[in-house]
Design a binder for this molecule. Structure first.
Ligand code: NAP
Length: 238
């Protein structure tokens, strides 16, 4: 089994929902987690909570819609962590609305955050992983990256883009001992629904953020000879 203890993890979207759960779970296993998102107060609170409970966390506030912020994020994370063993691309947002109402400023921002930020950050981190001939990249995609969803066409497009990109990249880098996991969750009880305008699910019946964290950690625990490249994670009884 591969241990998370001592691993250096860079995690995006760490101020809420799935990101918080992944940060807490990985830190509890002894990983050093470097957190990023826009809401600094939340990052500060989460890092303090992890550090007070014996874990190790640091954070950097960044809006990933701007590539220059990703340059700065990577520089600070690299300096703080020394190296990056695991990159978790989790930040993302959606808009639930008929396509004719879609504002293309928002559509482009969605592609910047959900797709280009993940790809650009991956390019930076991959250079370190190639130097060391090893590393893990985890992408929180969505079942909307496999199944068409009406009124979420632009969001689905960003997730289909992630899927095509990271599945191709995996085949390019696996011979360097780099594992890439694409995780496709169904509905998860987070703020995503209030923020996207998507009809609110029954929060108790859908996936919980901790379920996603569990799946990520299970995959990372596998011996390095084994890669889980794709996980579809659905609520058992929605
Ligand atoms: N909830 C679901 O049902 C579900 C299902 C499948 C996949 N997903 C995916 O799971 C990931 C996490 O979503 P969630 O459900 O945990 O939603 P959430 O609670 O709304 O969290 C989204 C995270 O992304 C960050 N983020 C959004 N825009 C950003 C920006 N411009 N720059 C930097 N960070 C940004 C947010 O931080 P700030 O706002 O503080 O910047 C927050 O930390 C997303 O990629 C989402 O598409 C969610």
């Amino acid at each position: 089994m591969e241990k998370l203890e001592g691993k250096k993890i860079l995690l995006t979207g760490a101020s809420a929902g799935i990101g918080v759960a992944i940060a807490e779970r990985c830190a509890a296993e002894g990983a050093m987690v470097f957190l990023t998102a826009r809401r600094k107060d939340r990052l500060e609170q989460l890092a303090a909570k992890i550090n007070q409970s014996g874990g190790t966390a640091a954070y950097y506030q960044a809006d990933l819609a701007q590539p220059a912020n990703i340059d700065a994020l990577f520089a600070v994370a690299h300096e703080t962590l020394g190296t990056i063993d695991v990159l978790i691309n989790n930040a993302g947002f959606g808009r639930y609305q008929p396509f004719l109402e879609m504002d293309f400023t928002i559509a482009r921002e969605m592609f910047e955050v959900n797709f280009f930020a993940a790809a650009y950050l991956t390019q930076k981190v991959l250079r370190l992983m190639l130097d060391r001939q090893g590393g893990d990249i985890v992408n929180i995609v969505s079942l909307a990256g496999k199944n068409p969803v009406p009124n979420l066409a632009m969001y689905a497009a960003t997730k289909y883009a992630m899927r095509g990109f990271f599945e191709s990249l995996y085949r390019e880098v696996r011979q360097h001992n780099i594992r890439i996991l694409n995780l496709y969750p169904g509905t998860v009880a987070t703020e995503f629904f209030q923020r996207s305008g998507y009809p609110e699910p029954d929060q108790k019946r859908v996936l919980q953020p901790a379920d996603i964290a569990e799946a990520v950690v299970c995959a990372l625990h596998l011996p390095r000879t084994a890669t889980v490249s794709d996980i579809d994670l659905r609520p058992t009884n929605p």
